[in-house]
Design a protein around this ligand. Structure first.
Ligand code: HEM
Length: 442
């Protein structure tokens, strides 16, 4: 272990690097990488360490739960997600993760694939050449329908328009709590946004209780996430309570819907600026599918489609920042880390490291050709995190994004309007303005 001081940017008294971080977090983390692989900085008085080397990032990710703990997520998160797997820590988290994991195993995800393709095909049938679109609205609408149907199956038929929008209001309200003056208001202060949030949570509670009640009474086993959660048993053979089912269902929805919808939005944006990648996609879909709908078994025939999604997640990772607080005195990369230090890494910054991704700003799905990708170290690309708290829905998200893109791109190109669209940071990385485009038949 070394005690040599690590480099860092100059900082202000008391505020540390807070102003630069708040002004432009993406630029700030990119500049921090310029100071070295391990960089010390201050968020106000908070001692912080920023990691850029993949093996150090791996130490952080695998150490979450043992050496580091997640930062507090705040009351709005707790109100919406309850005590689900994302909001829990320690033994409670371990029990929940073990209970939820079987619902998103590859074998189960295979069962959800048909719903994903069906929803995408229905959307494609409603599209017309020449039609103008808000691409993000279309993709979020689609992933919302997929999330509601894979979670609750037919029991929400005709009511997707109740639960989906309520979940979205709740999700947006969580994000708002992290922005602007709201961040500094006490939780009990009833702002209009917070009243809306509480109303949305009441709708979610009512609707999830209704669907869970129907399913429990019928005793029927279906091929959806709700049936898997109802069938789950912990080590003492105890099932999840209704409240626990509610919390995990909302957690899976919130964890999966916007992240995957935004990934698809960015994928259309990047494809419309890369005619070669788009042509190769059309050829792959033609050769592999010849006009029929893709299914789970076709995934192995769609490597380029998958590489497009991986490259999109490199350039626009929905989760762009991760952190852990040292529970005790610890080490990272052989350096001493004092108890209470916040250790950070950023997918946005690490995914642009030219050591592993030459010409890092370029959209190049061919980076993920098997022989080239073999040289990318573990944890250089980590859109789904890693270690014990790695994303439970990574397989679900990849299957969904590839099948949706394959289904839609078989029939349409989306010509996104000219002009660069920079990302905006919030809870997830989002386009900073509407992504508008025009449909063109393939
Ligand atoms: C492109 C889409 C997605 C991305 C980029 C993504 C990213 C992530 C990341 C980075 C984490 C770790 C967060 C942390 O430790 O702080 C995470 C956790 C999680 N994700 Fe995802 N996710 C995606 C889709 C999904 C989907 C579709 C689901 C559900 C079906 C899901 C469910 C979860 C859950 C339950 C956790 C918490 C795991 C735990 O704490 O043990 N995610 N996700």
């Amino acid at each position: 272990m070394t005690t040599v001081p690590v480099p860092g940017p100059p900082r202000l008294p008391l505020l540390g690097n807070l102003p630069a971080f708040a002004r432009d977090p993406l630029g700030f983390f990119t500049r921090l990488r310029g100071h070295g692989d391990l960089v010390e900085w201050r968020l106000g008085p908070q001692r912080s360490l920023f990691l850029s080397r993949p093996e150090h990032i791996g130490e952080l990710l695998t150490g979450i739960e043992s050496e580091f703990r997640h930062p507090e997520l705040g009351w709005a998160f707790k109100l919406v997600l309850g005590e689900g797997v994302v909001t829990s820590e320690g033994p409670s988290w371990r029990r929940k993760r073990a209970l939820v994991q079987p619902a998103v195993r590859p074998r189960q995800v295979r069962g959800y694939a048909e719903t994903m393709t069906d929803c995408a095909a229905t959307l494609a049938r409603s599209w017309r050449p020449g039609q103008r679109l808000d691409v993000r609205d279309e993709m979020l609408g689609l992933t919302q329908r997929i999330a509601v149907r894979t979670l609750f199956g037919a029991d929400t038929a005709g009511r997707e328009s109740t639960i989906g929008p309520a979940m979205d209001i709740a999700q947006r309200a969580i994000g708002d709590e992290f922005r602007g003056v709201t961040l500094f208001l006490p939780p009990w202060l009833p702002t209009p946004g917070r009243r809306k949030l509480r109303r949305a949570v009441a709708v979610i509670d009512r609707e999830v209780a209704r669907v869970t009640g129907i399913r429990r009474r019928s005793g029927e086993e279906r091929d959806d996430l709700l049936s898997r959660l109802l069938a789950a048993r912990d080590e003492q053979d105890r099932p999840l309570t209704d409240k626990e089912i509610r919390d995990e269902a909302v957690t899976l929805y919130i964890g999966g819907h916007e992240t995957t919808g935004t990934t698809l939005t960015w994928a259309w944006y990047l494809l419309s600026r890369s005619p070669e990648a788009r042509d190769r996609l059309t050829r792959e879909l033609d050769d592999a599918l010849g006009g029929r709908a893709p299914g789970h078994d076709d995934l192995r025939l769609l490597p380029w489609t998958e590489q497009i999604i991986k490259e999109t997640l490199r350039l626009f990772p929905p989760v762009w920042l991760m952190s852990g607080i040292a529970k005790e005195r610890s080490t990272v990369g052989g350096h001493a880390v004092a108890k209470g230090t916040v250790v950070w890494s950023s997918q946005w910054s690490a995914h642009r490291d030219a050591r592993w991704f030459p010409d890092p700003e370029a959209f190049r799905p061919e980076r993920w050709d098997a022989d080239v990708a073999a040289a990318v170290p573990d944890h250089a690309w980590f859109p789904f995190g890693g270690g014990s708290r790695a994303c439970l829905g990574a397989r679900f998200a990849m299957v969904e994004a590839v099948l949706v893109l394959a289904t839609l791109a078989q029939r349409f190109h989306v010509d996104v309007d000219k002009g660069e669209i920079p990302p905006r940071t919030g809870l997830t990385l989002q386009p900073s303005r509407p992504v508008r485009g025009t449909l063109r038949a393939v």
